[in-house]
Design a binder for this molecule. Sequence first.
Ligand code: ADP
Ligand code: ADP
Ligand code: ZN
Length: 215
Amino acid sequence: MKILVMGPPGAGKGSQSAKIVEHYALPSISTGQMFRDAFNNNEPIGIEAMKYIKDGNLVSDDITNEIVRIRLSKHDAEKSFLLDGYPRTVAQAIALDNLLEEMGTKLDAVFNILSSNDVLFERMEQRRVCKQCDATYHLKFKKPLVEGICDKCGGTLYQRQDDTYESVKNRLEIYESKTKPLLDYYDKKGILYQINGMQEFEKVYNDIELVLRDL
Ligand code: ADP
Ligand code: ADP
Ligand code: ZN
C-alpha cells in the first residue's frame, strides 16, 4: 500500500496519518516532521529548512526531494509507505513519480483532506505538539490529560514556531497557488479521493478507511 495524504495546513493530515499507520503498520514519512526533527537535532539541513518553515514558506524542491529519496530507499519503505505533506508542488510530484518508476512501483491512492479556512486558523492556533514524540493535541478537541504534558510519552508540549497567524496565512496562500494544482494531476490519474476534514476525528478516519479497505 503506497499512499499520500494531502490537504491544507491544519486539515488533519498528521492526525489521520497517525491512525492509518498504526492500523496498517506502514512507515510514515512526513517531510515537515523530518525537517523539524533535523532542526531539533541541530543538523545543518534542519537549520537551513527552518529559515523557510518559520515564515510559512516552502523549503526548496531540491532539498525536499533529496530527503524523500534517501528515506524511500530504506528497506522498510519497499512494500508500503504513507507520505504526509509531500509532494507539495508539481515539480515534487514529478520527481516522486520518476523515483517510484525507478523503484518499479506507483501510488495506490491520494487523499485530500478538505476544510474551510476558518476551521484551519482555529485548529492551528489551538494545536500543541509533543517535543519528544511529535504527537499532536488540540486545546479543545484533543486535550492532553495533564496540561502541557504528552499522554503518550510524558514529553513537553509546545506550540510550533510556524503556527502564528502570519505564517498560517502565508501557508494557506502557498497551498492555493502551489499545492492545489496537484489535485488535478492526481485526479487525472484516477487515484484522488476527497475527504471531508470538518468532521470528528473518527468520522474522517472512517471515510479514509472505506477507501483503504478496497485497495
Ligand atoms: P496537519 O498535519 O494537516 O497540519 P494536524 O493533524 O496537525 O493537521 O491537525 C491540526 C490541529 O487540528 C491539531 O491540533 C489537531 O489535534 C486538530 N484536528 C485535526 N483533525 C481534527 C478534527 N477532525 N476535529 C477537530 N480537531 C482536529
Ligand atoms: P502543515 O501542513 O501543518 O503546514 P507540515 O509539518 O506538513 O505542516 O509542514 C511544515 C512546514 O515544513 C511547511 O510549512 C513547509 O515550510 C515545510 N515543508 C513540509 N513539507 C514540505 C514539502 N513537501 N515541500 C516544501 N516544504 C515543506
Ligand atoms: Zn509525546
